[in-house]
Design a protein around this ligand. Structure first.
Ligand SMILES: *Cc1c(COP(=O)(O)O)cnc(C)c1O
Length: 429
């Protein structure tokens, strides 16, 4: 019998490229059919065929208080009744700006946008306008949205031009983007020694969640901060994923490093489209209508989306919210490591706050090259055993996972029980 899920995917594939509106949703890397969902509540999801799952994707991060939290839903319903959009300022945007400034004090001024991609693209533009320089530095394996200048991989050798990692990006656009290895302090020093005064900005995921989870060394981030200050380059922390998730104040609070600019997304919209960029006042004042750097958005600061974000941010400010989230995430990770060990499977895992990484490798990787060495075949088998058991993990060996405040001890226990079986099935192969 064909499931409704299968039918929807086949029909979608005729009208939507690959059947999905964002490639990470496809099951290309693990094989099989993406799941079509109809309902979520707390830590649980239900697909169109009625199967229940424990959700460890959480919409790739935003659903940090769980799905359909009654306080968020109620506030959204109320504000929606007053019109969905004005294209003019609202007090809600001020409330959001005040809250961002309070929780992430390095963001002296802030502007709201509608996605993480817009936030990083705009932050880079204003950094370039502020410095009058063109060169942009990023790190291999970090993702900062899909704007042209950021879809770039390392060229061959340190000082060569970047190469586009996507068709449709002109080589001329990629030429201004330089890509370095994450956690490689020496390569940073070398680059700055040679062209430091030409660098407009460095953009980094201060904890990486887009090549699975990669944790920075304190020394690496510290050196980056010092070099940017010395050479007048703008340091941008892309906290679209880590913001409000690894700690209330984001990775910059966790590592005690103050970037010049920060980009936010995901949690800040609580599941609706909100992004933000902000930072030093002298940089942000370069933006139109005050300055010469143009940036705009018809739906920027949308009242309904901002309300979902505000209510979510209110909920995560309750005492011990992040301590509990981190403890619950660690319980999951420790349990998985123990289960793998028992089954004799080569596996490692770690967590930062409410984010976790699972790796079919001897130890937790620290760079893109190391991540790529993990056993992808084992991940794919593990993924499908877990999915069958009703555990929804990211459909790729290179994605991080997310726990929400709604994940209970029972959810973790259920997950670990399924994982034991899944690991055993691997070691028998
Ligand atoms: C998700 C993500 C983005 C892009 O955000 P979108 O809302 O998908 O455009 C940018 N940077 C990081 C670190 C992200 O995790």
């Amino acid at each position: 019998m064909t499931s409704l899920n299968q039918t929807l995917f086949e029909k979608s594939s005729k009208l939507i490229p690959g059947g999905v509106n964002s490639p990470v949703r496809a099951f290309r890397s693990v094989g099989g059919t993406p799941i079509f969902f109809k309902k979520g509540l707390g830590s649980k999801l239900w697909d169109v065929d009625g199967k229940e799952y424990i959700d460890y994707i959480n919409s790739w991060g935003p659903m940090i208080v769980g799905h359909a939290h009654p306080q968020v839903i109620k506030a959204v319903q109320e504000v929606a009744a007053n019109s969905l959009s004005f294209g003019a300022p609202t007090g809600l945007e001020l409330e959001m700006a005040e809250l961002i400034n309070k929780l992430v004090p390095s963001m002296e001024q802030v502007r709201l946008v509608s996605s993480g991609t817009e936030a990083t693209m705009s932050a880079i533009r204003v950094a370039r306008g502020f410095t009058g320089r063109n060169k942009l530095v990023k790190f291999e394996g970090c993702y900062h949205g899909h704007s042209d200048a950021l879809l770039v991989k390392a060229g061959s050798g340190l000082l060569t031009f970047g190469e586009p990692s996507s068709a449709g990006v002109p080589a001329e656009v990629a030429a201004h983007t330089l890509t370095l290895e994450y956690n490689n302090t020496q390569s940073l020093k070398d680059l700055f020694a040679q062209i430091g005064d030409e660098i407009a900005c460095v953009i980094i995921e201060p904890v990486v969640g887009n090549m699975n989870l990669i944790v920075p060394t304190q020394e690496f981030l510290q050196t980056l901060r010092e070099l940017c200050t010395k050479h007048g380059a703008v340091l941008i922390f892309d906290e679209v994923m880590t913001g409000f998730r690894v700690a209330l104040g984001g990775a910059q609070a966790l590592y005690n490093i103050k970037p010049d600019m920060t980009t936010l997304g995901k949690v800040i919209g609580g599941g609706l489209p909100v992004g933000a960029f902000g930072g030093r006042k002298d940089i942000m004042q370069c933006l139109a209508p005050l300055g010469a750097v143009y940036q705009a958005g018809t739906l920027s600061g949308n009242p309904v989306a901002v309300t979902a974000g505000l209510e979510t941010l209110k909920l995560i400010q309750t005492p011990d919210f992040h301590a509990k989230l981190a403890a619950q995430t660690k319980k999951l990770v420790d349990g998985l490591v123990a289960a793998a060990k028992e089954a004799g499977v080569v596996f490692s895992a770690q967590s930062v706050g409410g984010m976790f990484g699972l790796y079919f490798s001897e130890k937790c990787p620290t760079s893109f090259a190391e991540v790529m060495q993990s056993n992808k075949e084992n991940f794919n088998k593990f993924f499908h055993s877990m999915l069958d058991a009703g555990i929804y993990l990211g459909p790729s060996a290179f994605e991080a996972g997310f726990v929400s405040a709604a994940h209970t001890d029972e959810d973790i226990a259920f997950t670990l029980k399924a994982a034991k079986k899944a690991f055993l099935s691997l070691s028998n192969h």
